[in-house]
Design a protein around this ligand. Structure first.
Ligand SMILES: NC(=O)c1ccc[n+]([C@@H]2O[C@H](COP(=O)([O-])OP(=O)(O)OC[C@H]3O[C@@H](n4cnc5c(N)ncnc54)[C@H](O)[C@@H]3O)[C@@H](O)[C@H]2O)c1
Length: 351
């Protein structure tokens, strides 16, 4: 039985990874999460009673606690997803992003390295440190072209700069110390259990409440959307079969303008929650995000060619599943909206 330490397992993508590992493998999962505002242990139904699951409420910036966790749970692999992840919040308060994404990754690398060096030779060779990152490290594209694994880094937001820094640290720990790492850079994810500050859940919930649907600028920024369960499958594959020291881009080949996304959601809401139809009357254009990257698009041919991964969902099937999930799981998101987050606009800095 493999023992996998997942950081950020109470977040959106991390919880999808933990749910899959528990449901589809016989791995023992150690979830290391500080439980920030973005975390939700109710995204892991049944996990707490699973004998193959342990939860550690630990900040990845706390090196001493991390060393204890490694010594106690003796993982065969680390999947590092813990991060501050929302671009708008990084504009309002970049400090936390530097702390968790850069300093936290450094502390995790050091704790992993110390533990890894003490392993017997066969376990050292089999150990993996998988760093999960974003396509936003590559900056922005014009109308043409795709990000590949060799695209030069050119991050534009405090969030993407902090993720780029962490990618560089992970590479350096491989080159300098030989730590067996793999990296992935993924496009925008969507799906169940997504915190409602992000575009797709925000629009679904505002649409259901009949509130204005705020679209940044002209809504012509393009993102490449990937269903979160497809991402989690890609991550498991890279952990298992990825070549040490290599990075893999993961994307859904689903380029859409933000306005297209919101219009598609409105059409789905008209069908599945017809009381508020037509929902597209709620679309409202608001001030753009400062430094808003124009277009992201991933060339995911390497992970397909070398590891055989392809997404199972199209944008249409994934988005329908997502809207249905939010309609069927009101208690999950109502608890969030009754707490500290109220669906407010973030990321205009001093404006
Ligand atoms: N969401 C996307 O579209 C997307 C796309 C590509 C890559 N990524 C990357 O995937 C990872 C997961 O993203 P997500 O959307 O699930 O994020 P999320 O914000 O939903 O979850 C992050 C989790 O990390 C935890 N965390 C934050 N700071 C921590 C700390 N100091 N110590 C321990 N735990 C801490 C939080 O409590 C939370 O559970 C991130 O590294 C992100 O950069 C996200």
């Amino acid at each position: 039985m493999k023992r996998i330490l997942v950081t950020g397992g109470a977040g959106f993508i991390g919880s999808a990874v933990v749910r899959q590992l528990l449901a589809e493998t016989d791995a023992f999962v150690v979830n290391v999460d500080k439980l920030t505002y973005a975390a939700n242990l109710s995204s892991l139904p049944g996990a707490a009673d699973n004998p193959r699951y342990a939860f550690e409420k630990v900040d990845i910036c706390d090196g001493e606690e991390l060393r204890r966790v490694f010594a106690q749970h003796r993982p065969d692999a680390v999947m590092h997803l813990a991060a501050e992840s929302h671009v708008d919040r990084s504009i309002d308060g970049p400090g936390e992003f530097i702390q968790t994404n850069v300093v936290g990754t450094f502390r995790l690398l050091e704790a992993a390295r110390g533990y890894w060096m003490g392993l017997p030779a066969d376990e050292r060779a089999a150990f993996r440190f998988h760093h999960i990152s974003t396509d936003e490290v590559f900056g922005t594209l014009g109308d043409e072209g795709f990000f590949t694994e060799t695209t030069a880094y050119s991050p534009n937001s405090p969030y993407s700069a902090s993720k780029a820094s962490s990618d560089h640290l992970v590479r350096a720990w491989h080159e300098t110390y030989g730590l067996p790492v793999v990296l992935t850079n993924c496009s925008n994810n969507y799906g169940p259990y997504h915190f409602p500050e992000k575009l797709i859940p925000l629009m679904i919930l505002k649409g259901l409440k009949g509130e204005p649907l705020p679209v940044y600028g002209k809504g012509d920024n393009v993102r490449d959307w990937l269903y979160v369960e497809d991402h989690a499958r890609a991550l498991r594959l890279v952990l298992e079969k990825g070549v040490i020291g290599e990075s893999y881009n993961v994307g859904g080949y689903n380029e859409r303008t933000n306005l297209d996304v919101v219009r598609t959601l409105c059409a789905l809401l008209d069908e599945l929650a017809p009381a508020g139809a037509p929902h597209d009357r709620l679309i409202t254009f608001v001030a753009d995000r400062p430094g808003h990257d124009k277009r992201y698009a991933i060339d995911a041919s390497k992970i397909t060619r070398e590891l055989g991964w392809t997404p199972q969902e199209t944008f249409e099937t994934g988005l329908r599943k997502t809207v249905e999930w939010y309609l069927e799981n009101r208690s999950w998101w109502e608890a969030i909206l009754n707490g500290s987050y109220r669906g407010e606009r973030l990321g205009l800095d001093a404006a």
